[in-house]
Design a protein around this ligand. Structure first.
Ligand SMILES: [Zn+2]
Ligand SMILES: [Zn+2]
Length: 179
């Protein structure tokens, strides 16, 4: 008998997904990730990366302009663009979970896309984003880390989860293609 695992709150759940999304970033200047959520459902996700088909910083180096890498589309921006490209659900009235506080440009896009709440995992550089989003009437919340959930996540990714006994299955591992 295993003890019942900790059940995450919605904020815990979506922020953990934003952290996971960030691991796909291809610019090591900042591994940002975000999740766009509406009615407790994920509309889209985004990480810092080049537009599809264009070279990545990880492969070609950064593309610097005035001290900033401009090769990538930021995670927050990418989430909005993915929602647009996929179609389906309007971003109006949605909530964004972002691993770091968005840059000022992404803040503008969040406001323009009709996003009403932003949950920030960690303040990056300064609180300009928070002030800007609040001035536009958005609800901004700083994510409060939940130690029990953090522990559960660590367990989830390091321990094998016991399952009911079943006959062993041979899997054929095929390498995933592309970046
Ligand atoms: Zn870069
Ligand atoms: Zn940005």
């Amino acid at each position: 008998m295993i003890s019942a695992p900790h059940r995450p709150s919605w904020d815990d759940y979506f922020m953990a997904i934003a952290m996971l999304v960030a691991t796909r970033s291809t610019c090591d200047r900042l591994h940002a990730g975000s999740v766009l959520v509406k009615d407790k459902r994920i509309i889209s996700t985004g990480y810092n990366g080049s537009p599809p088909g264009l070279p990545h910083c990880d492969d070609e180096g950064h593309l610097l302009e005035e001290g900033h890498c401009v090769r990538t589309v930021h995670g927050e921006h990418n989430a909005i663009l993915q929602a647009a490209a996929q179609g389906g659900t309007s971003t109006r009235g949605s909530t964004m979970y972002a691993k770091y506080s968005p840059c000022i440009h992404c803040c503008k896009y969040l406001v323009a896309a009709g996003i009403v709440r932003v949950v920030i995992g960690r303040i990056y550089r300064n609180t300009q984003a928070v002030d800007y989003l609040k001035s536009a009437g958005l609800q901004v919340d700083l994510y409060r880390e939940n130690p029990a959930w953090k522990q559960e996540l660590a367990r989830l990714f390091t321990e094998e989860i016991p399952t009911k006994s079943a006959p062993p299955v041979e899997f054929t591992v095929t390498p995933s293609g592309g970046r």
